[in-house]
Design a protein around this ligand. Structure first.
Ligand code: CA
Length: 229
């Protein structure tokens, strides 16, 4: 009734090694191909590189928490279904995980049968085909509706400003060169002065009214959008 799961690829990110191994054995017996990661940093790296069909992600992890991992995946536009595992059972924590882009949530200790059913449901559904909301600090940008907010206050952008902000948000906390912005936002047909002008426009919309300085100039390189609040 479930259809085959042969070849379906699962990444389990769980620092409790015995639990991770037990999940791997159980899921392999069902026909899943299962890889393990034992901390958040490795988990994020593998999830980015590995083209998995579904990720089982513990919340409390060394390195990066599960929340940060799912947030980073969604910020990169990776829509792989994510099932979060948590020892916490507060409604607040659950809402946090789902807000950040998780698809489902199980509280430890969980029933293996329930986990299996949820995983199969996520695999059947596949990656969400809505583009995920991109976030950097309290900035949020929805590529589908083109709605941009800071601290839930709506910001109106022109299409070019929107494209510029989206690129900077997808590379939040990284120095982005003017060359790369010209390539991605102006389709290669722009010059550094135009980039500067548009960065100025953006600052007047996303920073100045909120008394922030998130869009930083990186001298000799380009710009960096900080996700710090
Ligand atoms: Ca843990």
């Amino acid at each position: 009734m479930w259809g085959t799961v042969d070849g379906v690829r699962v990444l389990v990110v769980e620092d409790e090694v015995r639990l991770a191994r037990a999940l791997q054995r159980g899921l392999r017996a069902e026909g899943f191909a299962v890889d393990l990661a034992h901390d958040g940093t490795d988990g994020l790296h593998q999830a980015r590189e590995g083209s998995y069909d579904v990720v089982v992600l513990d919340v409390m992890l060394p390195g990066l928490s599960g929340y940060r991992v799912v947030q980073a995946l969604r910020a990169d536009g990776i829509g792989v279904p994510v099932l979060m595992l948590s020892a916490k059972d507060g409604e607040h924590d659950q809402a946090d995980g789902l807000d950040l882009g998780a698809d489902d949530y199980l509280t430890k200790p969980f029933s293996y049968v329930v986990l299996l059913a949820r995983l199969r449901a996520l695999v059947r559904r596949g990656p969400a085909n809505r583009p995920s909301v991109v976030r950097a600090g309290d900035l949020a940008l929805d590529p589908a509706t083109r709605r941009v907010t800071r601290a839930d206050v709506e910001i109106t952008l022109t299409p070019r400003e929107h494209a510029l902000l989206e690129h900077l948000m997808r590379h939040a906390d990284e120095a982005v060169t003017k060359t790369s912005l010209i390539e991605h936002v102006w389709e290669g047909d722009g010059d550094p002065n135009v980039v500067e002008v548009y960065v100025g426009y953006l600052r007047r919309k996303i920073d100045v009214p909120f008394e922030r300085h998130s869009l930083e100039t990186v001298r000799g390189v380009g710009y960096r959008l900080s996700s710090e609040r």
